[in-house]
Design a protein. Sequence first.
Length: 283
Amino acid sequence: MLVAQSIPELRTAITAWRRAGERIAFVPTMGNLHQGHLTLVAEARARAERVVVSIFVNPMQFDRAEDLANYPRTLEQDCDALRAAGADLVFTPTPEIIYPQGVASHTFVEVPGLSELLEGALRPGHFRGVTTVVSKLFNLVQPDVACFGQKDFQQLAIIRKMVEDMAMPIEIVPVATVRAADGLALSSRNGYLNEAERTIAPTLARVMNTLAGRLAGGERDLSLLVREGAAELDGAGFKTDAIDIVDARTLQPLSAESREAVILMAAYLGKARLIDNQVVSLS
């Protein structure tokens, strides 16, 4: 497995694979890898001859400097895990390589509409940072296919629209959320939980599943569902940030034409902000 920090190193490998007629699959990450990331790598491995993984903690998508500073960086362990998972190349650029003139003066890519609602309204500028760095990484790696986790539901929708709008010849593959045995969605941010909080954390998925069952059963008083879900979370020790129930295709409010809803959950537990989602058929 090649570990490349510089753009020339990356491009040399990509060029050689292209000349050999090999397909390239890409998994962008911020490191601190867990089984969810490795599931993305396995999916990528099944879809191409070569697998590239990036590890880059992207300063443009953080709205708080302390979150950026505190984000766990575990490069050595990550590379060991990726080597065992069969990755061919790990791209590990520094911020100076990705943003040579600094973040503030760098050209940005933004998907209008989708980037400004729901999670985007809570974290202004976050999705601009995501789409800018993913667009640049796509340009560098030139993948045939890229794998993204469905846990970040809105992010996945935004990346898909960016690829469609910009006519990028890349297949975006969604990969189902990987969960611990107790139902908690795997996330790097789970590492912020202490032992007591980790015991409480699966309540997020349990509340979500309850709301999904009620929605699938025909309940349509969304305000009541959200209030009761938030009350249960807060009673368990969370601080609810947002519960949204919207059209799974458009992320707009449900309408008579909606066939699937998505429940989007976000809540603080101690230092960790946990998110989850579930799609519900309305037919």
